[in-house]
Design a protein around this ligand. Sequence first.
Ligand SMILES: [Zn+2]
Length: 259
Amino acid sequence: MLWCTSMGLSVFLRRWREFIDFCKKLLWLPTNTPNYMILAELGRNSVNLFTTKIHLDFIDKTLKADNIRYINVITKHMILHKLGWVRWYLDVATRFSIIDNDTLIQLSLFELSNCYLQHLQLEEQSNIQNNIYNAQKHLYYKDIIEDITDMKSYLNTDFKVTDMRIIANIRCEGLQVFGRPWAKVESTLCKVCNINVVEDVVHFLGECLAFERLCIEYFNKPLLLHFEVIDIIKNSAHYHKLVSYMRLALKIRKDKLEI
Ligand SMILES: [Zn+2]
């Protein structure tokens, strides 16, 4: 039975990876977009928390089963001898100081499941924050992200899917410019304005001379400083203007590159 549960969880894990890939495809984000960004944009927890909860619930059921049933006997045997997954839960309990390993009353371990899940959730959120702040390629995400546990409003409003794709690609640095993270190009310099600067999102949105007129039209300035670009990307109040600007700017860029 436990083997079946493990198999079920492995299928669930595969489904979860498919879900993350599906979100990237739906939003037209590059496949190398970090998964932590998807979780932070959606305000979701990773699969580990879900599978841990499923596992704890299942163990709880086996412990409540009749004591002559095999599932009850085997679970108690594993707990008594600290085998397999019991060792993992004990390590987690010790790491979070939920309970001292030596004074553990073994059968009460699973009464602490909510406490486990809360600590695991906090740890996971801390890991996501660390990934965001220590990123080597996606550099401005830390400046635009606020609460990683909330779904970002543009994904949950009246924006069309095509608008969401534009916003998501700007927020997650997925825009197909030469200076995007992990770009396999000979040169990351902007080929539209030719002023020998890297064509990244900040340049595209606030600095590129090719879009000066658009910048004035939508943001009232011919040039945006870095902090002003970050504010536009961060602040959802700008998103309708941002989407319109991006549609026109991308068309201008495409036309110039085709000449
Ligand atoms: Zn340029």
